[in-house]
Design a protein around this ligand. Structure first.
Ligand code: DUC
Ligand code: ZN
Ligand code: ZN
Ligand code: ZN
Length: 458
């Protein structure tokens, strides 16, 4: 078995921080300690580097049919870009087609990802039509290692389920020990506001933002938490963006309920003023929309308070040409923005380097918490003996600039064009293989494996 020795790095996990060596044999970490008295087939001098567990992004949409088109990163290009940014595992969303089975959707997504993904991946199952047939399939999905079920409380007619389906799904998932997640926004209210804006000829990207005010998210987040509390299911809100929604989660804690919360990197570092640009505003048309400075402050505080456990991306890239499908009508702009490659570096630069969060909090929210919530810990999400050797070396002081000209995502713009960041991903190791080094990809199409997940252990 090939061995790999990382010498003298600052190894940081959610509960430890020390300068030491890490020895890998095959795909697995076999020893951690100061000055390990061993030789290996390959040695990397990690002096001056920070070593963190491989990033886990539990919210990505690769090759996804949506709003009349497909997101532009495939499982190959998306996971490769993720690796360049230190994310070694992603969880992608399988979307059930209304009127069809979960199994059909899973087979379709497996067809796209198997043998093509470069980095490791898993799936959530998005249940868009909960009925007696779907109900029977829940335990089959859990047996496949798909233990989290996504719901959309918006996008009526395509993805949205109503509260009756929500109750039934939660009861069934609870019975089998899984987790229910939600895109928690009030779809009916949003659709009404979109129709009102369009009828009034208000068609610029700003009206995307004004069609999804904070209350639409706060209301649905509270409703989701309430139904979850009644059913007792493990619950997780995806891409939470604002103070009103986080206050609903805080309220849930007052009755001793725990609702897991994910925010996404863009909600921490970008704000709604970008929608005032009538052309470039389309680049940040996503749902929920970017919010206000006060919401950014709430989210950073929420991370430090432990109310927000995960920072993902909701990576859902579209080429500029695709975005321009909505140049005359904001409601036709495909929703989503590219971030899979830059989550770890943006959060390091804007969070750790600025002192907003500690290095250990950084590890928790980029990797460890997602591994625990989504049933992959301790195989993924930490640096410990027996864990997968998914390791990221960060050069903490190195400056670099984000640009669409140099990124690896299959999209022709960046919402962060020209941003100078502090701290660069230097080397990425996935299951014992050097996957990225010196800006080059060292593993090929098909190296990524499907990760069968277990139950929430947080
Ligand atoms: N929001 C987005 O912006 N894109 C994909 C789906 C979603 O909920
Ligand atoms: Zn069918
Ligand atoms: Zn969503
Ligand atoms: Zn999403």
């Amino acid at each position: 078995m090939a061995s790999l020795l990382l010498k003298n790095g600052r190894v940081v996990t959610a509960d430890s921080d020390s300068v030491c060596d890490v020895l890998v044999e095959g795909e697995t970490i076999v020893a951690i300690g100061r000055n390990l008295p061993v030789q290996a087939d390959q040695t990397i001098d990690a002096t001056g580097k920070i070593i963190v567990p491989g990033g886990i992004d539990p919210h990505v949409h690769l090759d996804m049919p949506f709003m009349g088109t497909f997101s532009s990163d495939t499982h190959e290009t998306g996971t490769r870009a993720a690796l360049h940014g230190g994310t070694t595992t992603v969880i992608d969303f399988v979307l059930q087609k209304q009127g069809h089975s979960l199994r059909e959707a899973l087979t379709e997504w497996q067809g796209r990802a198997t043998g093509t993904a470069v980095g490791d991946y898993s799936f959530h199952m998005a249940v868009t039509d909960f009925n007696p047939g779907t109900k029977e399939e829940i335990q089959d999905m859990i047996a496949e290692g798909i233990t989290s079920f996504k719901t959309f409380m918006a996008y009526k007619g395509a993805l949205m389920i109503d509260d009756a389906q929500m109750v039934g799904l939660m009861q069934e998932v609870k019975k089998h020990g899984g987790l229910v997640t939600a895109h928690a926004t009030n779809g009916d209210m949003i659709d009404t506001l979109i129709a009102q804006h369009r009828a009034a000829g208000k068609l610029t990207p700003l009206y995307h933002y004004l069609s999804q005010p904070e209350v639409t998210e706060a209301e649905a987040s509270g409703r989701f938490a309430d139904i979850a509390n009644y059913t007792g299911v493990n619950a997780y809100i995806v891409h939470l963006t604002c103070e009103g929604a986080l206050n609903q989660v805080r309220r849930a804690t007052e009755r001793n309920q725990r609702v897991f919360v994910e925010t996404c990197i863009q909600y921490l570092v970008l704000d709604a003023s970008l929608y005032e640009d009538e052309v470039n505003g389309a680049k940040v048309v996503m749902s929920p929309p970017l919010r206000e400075k006060k919401d950014q402050a709430t989210l950073w505080a929420g991370i430090n308070q432990g109310l927000v456990q995960v920072v993902g991306t909701d990576h859902c890239p579209f080429m500029w040409e695709q975005k321009m499908m909505g140049k005359d009508d904001f409601s036709k702009i495909p929703n989503g923005h590219p971030a899979i490659e830059h989550r770890m570096e943006l959060l390091f630069s804007e969070g750790v380097a600025t002192g907003k969060i500690s290095l250990q909090k950084y590890v928790e929210v980029t990797s460890t918490n997602a591994a625990k919530i989504f049933g992959m810990f301790p195989r993924k999400g930490t640096i410990s003996i027996g864990a997968d050797a998914d390791l990221v070396l960060i050069d903490p002081a190195k400056k670099h600039t984000i640009s669409a000209a140099t990124h690896h995502m299959n999209v022709d713009y960046s919402a962060y064009e020209g941003w100078e960041l502090t701290g660069k991903i230097d080397t990425v190791i996935l299951r014992g293989q050097v996957a990225v080094q010196g800006g080059e990809t060292k593993v090929g199409r098909g190296y990524g494996q499907f990760i069968k997940r277990g139950k929430t252990a947080f």
